[in-house]
Design a protein around this ligand. Sequence first.
Ligand code: PLP
Length: 400
Amino acid sequence: VSTWSSVPQGPPDAILGVTEAFKRDADPKKMNLGVGAYRDDNGKPYVLEAVKKAEAILLEQNLDKEYAGITGVPDFTKAAAKLAYGDESPVLSNLAITQSISGTGALNIGANFFSTFYPHAKNIYVPNPTWGNHNAIFSRAGLKVEKYGYFDKSTNGLNINAMLEDIKNAPKNSIVLLHACAHNPTGVDPTQEQWNEIAQVVKDQGHFPFFDMAYQGFASGDCTKDAYALRKFVADGHQVVLSQSFAKNMGLYGERAGSFSIVCADADEKSRVESQLKILIRPMYSNPPIHGARLVNTVLNTPELKQLWLDEVKTMAERIISMRTKLRNHLEADFGSKKNWEHVTNQIGMFCYSGMTPEQVDKIKDDWHVYLTRDGRISMAGVSSGNVKYLAEAIHNVTK
Ligand code: PLP
């Protein structure tokens, strides 16, 4: 009998399972609105021009493939930190930072660092709902995952009162996970004024803000605007940590380029913290992959490429925003839906939390060959000029 005969079958991943079902469907009109990866208006994956140009430069340089250090490519982490915190941010000089296996790897490093060194009760509060992987990552690292109110089903918008109230009522010194922008899965972000209030409540309670920034630039099209929350917390004197990903905003999904950083009080603390990050990473994967980091570094440190990239981020964000407008217009004007679809255009970033029920999600799959997760989340990146009207017709039919 095999050693593994009692290993039980686990459930498929909620998001990747949608793609599997989509692939099995032979209908030509089928749509995959499950996975959160950008598509161009022809529904094709998009490699950014800035990235292609950076790749050509790297090829030209004929670099070797030696190991990076444990914390990665230093020019990459410097540039990444500037992009997130701001070129002139005073925290840059005492920032402990390491390259990571994209955003997921950054969250894992963070989770493990808190699990080992956080000097208070190890509770982390995450929004309800949040990206499914947050629960898995934090609980595997031994943190206790709790929820704070976030989404209001009656408005398909933010429930700011529940959010502030729950954060206020959490035990002092709790860790609070915040999506820096383009909240996944809801597409609902606090306004700048609301962020200011959140920063105050977090401070009053002595909580610790843990930022997850997977979509900088993708929400509004403007990387500075999308960094508002992070920079506001820093300006208010919060010691933050940050998980950063270049998967979406540079289209580097499979290259796994990201960073994890910790704002430290002084140079000595930074040195101690970085030494522990290295001790944590070394047995996990020794050192990170270099190619994605070199691409990001080349884009961010070559002025023409940086400008080109900023323009491309804006183009991607604007395409998604225009699909939101079209989807809503088709629903209201062409199909005469009497439901309120304001949230389709109010929400931001990659996803639209449509408000569809699990039964409606099943029906839109069976009757219309439209695939999305059962929480009703639509990846807007999968919508294009060619299929937005069809999608509106499908949604109208299953929700009327
Ligand atoms: N955090 C959030 C909220 C996300 O939505 C994602 C990706 O979907 C990630 C982190 C991490 O993505 P990656 O590991 O590909 O950078």
